[in-house]
Design a binder for this molecule. Structure first.
Ligand code: HEC
Length: 473
């Protein structure tokens, strides 16, 4: 996502304002009799029942939290589908869950409101995997013959939320070379919509999960992406940060393992008729030539839409990151112009990001924490949805405090490091805290109710631009 994702001076399509519109087991497993002494045979049985086994404890856990990525043809570098596969890596598994590097989830679970679909393991689950490794990975008996073994998910038609109302596909295959740098490419998928619709959920379906690292979707009603596509040879066009053109809204994204979420009931994303869906795909070469033809599934709102979600942002596009410095602070803010409720946030930085924190200073002086990414990883850009809406009254200021490392390090795109500022390319940086909001109390099913949140945000942005311009003069 990018600069162009801000509300901009260009207007949306006409009709916009008039239409209504996610114990430690050790103590237990040892099963030592409390009174001390040798356990009796009965006690041994009881103890081994409590010792974690693959069949009873580990398999269900790996299946729920790991195998969506760790199976053939997915992004995980090896499968974790069978006993043998898991046993071989029992200690690695314990170690990566302990350090919380797996499953990949970058948000600090102790900061801010509860997040939807947090895949993080509980302390008990982590202890269980340790215990299992320490016990030499016992297999155990499957609970019953009938219990299914881990099934590889078939890809063809198992859309996670059921069959979408609209499925859009890349018009041709894109060929990813065996090696070379990562590729960031945008593809234009015409929606061919003859009427305005509200979207409740977007499901991104990589055509080839080996090579697709992430996907993001944007809405374009003015043909900018088509023009870029036409100007470049081959399918699509190159763009590192978002769609690379002025866009008219965003559709969220996919990173391997992400859950697909419906917006809360009564909330929709506006998708105007005639719009193009621009899909940006990050390809990571695999060592073999790969082909991809990805799809996007749109689920339309079934219930009346009362509120539209719009993405506001706290952006700093004026920073300078001096070369050689390893902890540079950059701040951004967004002043909330009208009572809203926040549904989620998308922190965005590039390769030099270190950490990212978003908070809201409420008018009464209270501070509402929103999100903290202690170790920024540009490969895992996610939208984080809150379990519960977060009220942000008019007069709230949303603050971003981010840190950057522009010293010599493996991720730094410049060798040696050099001065870096705002820009769309992998070698540039960004500092944006996107925040998805609905207007408090809005009810578009009420006659005469206006869908004006976009307009309010756009006007706020225009005033900011005008202030900056007059300051420069
Ligand atoms: C969202 C996809 C995803 C999920 C979910 C996931 N992994 Fe991974 N895993 C990866 C990828 C990708 C790698 C390769 C390293 C990397 O890119 O970070 C990896 C690497 C690993 C490694 C090797 C780490 C190393 O440093 O060599 C282990 C062990 C592992 N995963 C275990 C797990 C376990 C256990 C779970 C579940 C608790 C899990 N993973 C869940 C994607 C995933």
């Amino acid at each position: 996502m990018l600069l162009e994702n801000r509300p901009s001076d260009a207007r949306r399509q006409p009709g916009r304002s008039t239409t209504t519109r996610w114990l430690c087991f050790a103590a237990l497993a040892l099963g030592a009799p409390a009174e001390g002494g040798e356990p009796t045979p009965e006690r041994k049985v009881a103890a081994s029942e409590r010792e974690p086994t693959y069949a009873r404890d580990v398999q269900p856990l790996l299946q729920a939290k790991c195998s969506n990525c760790h199976q053939r043809g997915r992004v995980g570098p090896f499968a974790l589908m069978t006993y043998e596969q898991a046993k071989k890596r029992a200690f690695d598994i314990a170690s990566v869950v302990d350090s919380r590097t797996m499953p990949p989830w970058k948000a600090d679970p102790d900061f801010g409101p509860r997040l939807k679909h947090d895949p993080s393991l509980t302390r008990a689950e982590i202890a269980l995997l340790h215990e299992w490794a320490e016990a030499n990975a016992p297999r155990g008996e499957p609970a019953s013959q009938a219990s299914p073994t881990a099934a590889e998910t078939s890809d063809e038609d198992d859309w996670l939320l059921g069959k979408p109302d609209i499925v859009l596909e890349m018009s041709e295959e894109f060929v990813v070379p065996a090696s070379g740098p990562d590729i960031y490419r945008c593809f234009v998928l015409p929606s061919n919509l003859s009427r305005d619709v509200y979207v409740s959920a977007v499901e991104f379906r990589p055509g080839n999960r080996r090579v697709v690292h992430h996907m993001m979707g944007f809405i374009d009603v003015r043909g900018g992406a088509r023009a870029r596509d036409a100007a470049e040879s081959g399918p699509g066009y190159a763009s590192y940060s978002g769609a690379g053109v002025i866009i008219d809204g965003e559709l969220g994204g996919y990173a391997a393992g992400n859950q697909v979420v419906h917006l809360p009931e009564g909330v929709g994303r506006f998708l105007p008729r005639g719009s193009d869906i621009v899909v940006q795909i990050h390809y990571h070469p695999t060592g073999k030539v790969e082909r991809d033809r990805s799809r996007v599934g749109l689920h339309l709102c079934r219930k009346p839409v009362r509120q539209t979600i719009e993405w506001a942002n706290a952006t700093n596009d004026k920073f300078r990151l001096p070369p050689g410095e390893s902890n540079i602070e950059v701040k951004a803010s967004w002043f909330v112009p009208v009572d809203v409720e926040a549904l989620g946030v998308t922190p965005h930085m590039h390769e030099l990001g270190r950490d990212f924190r978003m908070t809201a200073a409420l008018p009464g002086g209270k501070v509402q924490d929103l999100i903290y990414i202690p170790q920024w990883d540009p490969s895992w850009q996610s939208t984080y949805y809150f379990e519960e809406r977060v009220p942000l009254p008019k007069g709230t200021t949303v603050h971003v405090v981010a840190h950057y490392d522009n010293s010599a390090h493996a991720r730094n795109p410049h060798r040696p490091p050099r001065l870096v500022g705002w820009g769309p390319d992998a070698s540039d940086e960004m500092c944006v805290g996107y925040i998805g909001v609905v207007k408090k109390g809005q009810d578009l099913t009420r006659p005469g109710e206006r869908d004006d949140l976009y307009q309010i945000l756009a006007e706020q942005y225009m005033r900011k631009l005008a202030r900056e311009r007059s300051r420069r003069r």
